[in-house]
Design a protein around this ligand. Structure first.
Ligand code: ADP
Ligand code: MG
Length: 264
């Protein structure tokens, strides 16, 4: 889809400046300054170990940066705990945790809603509660319909395919009223057809749910067709950025990343 120019004037939703995070002597994220624009899909690429996951974890508050700043919707969120960042609308999706796979698809959405009193949830309570709160259930069903998961609404999450679980992760972010959704390898291990539809749903979510995406992905053959802007990392640093066509032609990127792919 590309279309970076189309969105070039969009507001900056997320901005990091001089972000650093080390593990002992290893500089996993080394002076990273980057930005994510509204209503776009921004992609981070780079070889294994280049610091991509550490970068998004540092942005989302999973790690505190050693130095540098993270600004989200104009607010300095550096060092904030994840739940507070989440409340501002930045949602970093994680694989559905194991206890949640024993809940149904719709229960997974309801339990993720920020409107629910998390303290009082147990499986049985949730079932009773669902009967009462029809407006939230309606909202959850709309999201399931949007993601083509409505037919499996009452299936246990452990019955879903890998691709459907990824969609459920996206659904949980949507019911959470995310403004920016950060996903680590949303199409890893997913069959090509479903991989295309996951990225297609993400593009549709931009207009239908007014969200923005920051994703990490290795499957460039598929992902590059759907993203607007790319950052390439190598050894903790951003070595290239721009629209997809520019970045994959950058000799530095070919050398560090695509070169390694070709050698495999
Ligand atoms: N929790 C951790 N403790 C120690 N080292 C880590 C930790 N997480 C990541 N690393 C190291 O930091 C570097 C970057 O890792 P990571 O961010 O996972 O890279 P990527 O996601 O690009 O594959 C790697 O060398 C990795 O081994
Ligand atoms: Mg990673």
């Amino acid at each position: 889809m590309g279309g970076g120019e189309r969105n070039a004037g969009n507001d900056i939703v997320l901005e990091t400046s001089g972000l650093r995070k080390s593990f002992g002597a290893l500089r996993a994220v080394d002076d990273v300054s980057m930005s994510v624009r509204d209503s776009m899909i921004t992609l981070i690429i780079g070889p294994n170990g280049s610091g991509k996951t550490t970068l998004i974890n540092t942005i989302a508050g999973v790690y505190k940066p050693d130095s540098g700043k993270v600004k989200f919707r104009g607010i300095d969120i550096t060092g904030w705990p994840p739940y507070k960042i989440n409340e501002l609308g930045l949602v970093r999706t994680f694989q559905i945790p194991q206890p949640f796979t024993k809940l149904t698809v719709i229960e997974n959405l309801l339990i993720s809603s920020r409107d629910i009193d998390r303290v009082s949830i147990s499986k049985n309570l949730l079932r009773k509660w669902i009967e009462k709160e029809s407006s939230l259930v309606k909202e959850a069903f709309n999201i399931l319909k949007f993601l083509n998961l409505d037919k499996v609404w009452d299936h246990y999450a452990y019955e879903l395919s890998g691709g459907q679980l990824k969609l459920l992760e996206l659904g949980r972010a949507l019911i959470n009223k995310a403004k920016l959704i950060i996903m680590d390898e949303p199409i890893a291990g997913v069959a090509p057809t479903l991989a295309h539809s996951i990225l297609g749903f993400m593009r549709k979510a931009i207009t239908e749910y007014n969200v923005t995406f920051l994703i990490i992905e290795h499957r460039l053959d598929i992902a590059l067709k759907y993203v607007d802007f790319v950052y390439a990392m190598h050894r903790g640093r951003i070595i290239s950025s721009g629209v997809p066509d520019e970045v994959i032609k950058d000799p530095k990127v070919i050398e560090s990343y695509l070169g390694e792919e070709i050698k495999k």
